[in-house]
Design a binder for this molecule. Structure first.
Ligand code: SF4
Length: 325
């Protein structure tokens, strides 16, 4: 069976493979200058969120980046003159070498972003991590899908809203999200079901108002993302009978104007074991950069501008509506 046969088998009849849609619009997905290195330091996570495309969770304790690989990644960040390193997981807090990694990146004068589900970032065990983040002006990007306690807890587990609010208050108290401190606190919001996000502008306004009014919490920026039909979210879509409807919704919202802003044009993603992908979603789907497994230690630098990007049907999630990456 060919790749196209596979794609057709998984898609509803009304949806064309993404590659065919690009072809119809006479479009190709190619790299611009790659300036961001995204590093997945662990598939280990304290949560098992229903929307997780990586299927991260407590059971993935072996899939954690070791210090040797971190050193190779930091050397690649230098060689490749990457401007920003985006540290993600799983829960990157659970990697026991995370502080050493941030110090390594900061020594190379990289701008660092740290993604967190916010539920364990500020507990006592992370004191050193938080100090390191503050010292090196690491931007914190916190995931907060909803302010509705029922929706949030259905997706992430009971008690999470309270933990998130506690973390946000603590981050505010040390300057994160406060104007003039240089400590950036961004939020990422994705829908809690099989639908597309509301407008970024409107959602940011609502979160800003509600968080400030109810809990006195402030933040820098909010970004909305569509859930990508991979991993645990795909399993949930299939089990709940929503997969065809969701793919149809994404495909019918395809907007060619989104291509210029896609993250894959300026970012490469590294897995916990040091291999490269065009983005975090291709990593989850097991589609490696350039069609072969390339380790950071073997790469001279980032892919050249004009290099083709591997696409698949999950790319509909990034190109729907106003675009989401
Ligand atoms: S999933 Fe999104 S970011 Fe990744 S290659 Fe497709 S369009 Fe680009």
């Amino acid at each position: 069976m060919t790749d196209l046969d596979d794609a057709l088998k998984e898609l509803p009849r009304s949806v064309d493979p993404f590659a065919l849609t690009l072809h119809r619009h006479n479009l190709e997905l190619k790299r611009a200058r790659t300036t961001i290195l995204q590093v997945n330091v662990a598939l280990l996570c304290n949560l098992t969120c229903k929307h997780c495309h990586l299927e991260a969770g407590p059971q993935r304790s072996e899939e954690v980046m070791n210090l040797g690989t971190m050193e190779k990644v930091a050397a690649f960040a230098e060689r490749g003159s990457f401007e920003v390193v985006d540290v993600t997981g799983g829960a990157p807090e659970l990697n026991s070498n995370i502080v050493a990694f941030i110090e390594l990146l900061a020594a190379g004068q990289k701008t660092v972003m740290f993604r967190s589900n916010l539920t364990i970032l500020t507990d006592e065990k992370r004191r050193e991590l938080l100090e390191s983040c503050c010292r090196h002006r690491v931007a914190i990007v916190g995931s907060l899908p909803s302010l509705n306690v029922n929706q949030l807890e259905a997706q992430r587990g009971s008690g999470v809203l309270e933990k998130i609010l506690t973390a946000l208050k603590r981050l505010n108290s040390i300057g994160y999200g406060q104007p003039g401190t240089g400590l950036q606190l961004d939020l990422v919001c994705n829908p809690t079901g099989a639908f597309l996000p509301s407008s970024q502008h409107g959602t940011e306004r609502k979160f800003r108002f509600d968080l400030q009014k109810k809990w006195g919490i402030v933040f820098s920026n909010l970004y909305t993302f569509a859930n990508v039909p991979l991993g645990r979210f795909r399993q949930w879509l299939s089990a709940s009978g929503n997969i065809d409807k969701y793919m149809e919704k994404l495909a019918s919202s395809f907007n060619p104007c989104t291509l210029e802003g896609l993250m894959c044009q300026k970012l490469v993603s590294v897995s916990w074991d040091g291999y490269l992908y065009d983005c975090d979603f291709n990593l989850a789907a097991g589609i490696p950069l350039g069609g072969a497994r390339n380790h950071v230690s073997a790469m001279e630098g980032p892919p050249m501008p004009g290099t083709p990007i591997a696409v698949s049907d999950h790319c509909y999630a990034c190109t729907a509506g106003a675009g989401f990456t």
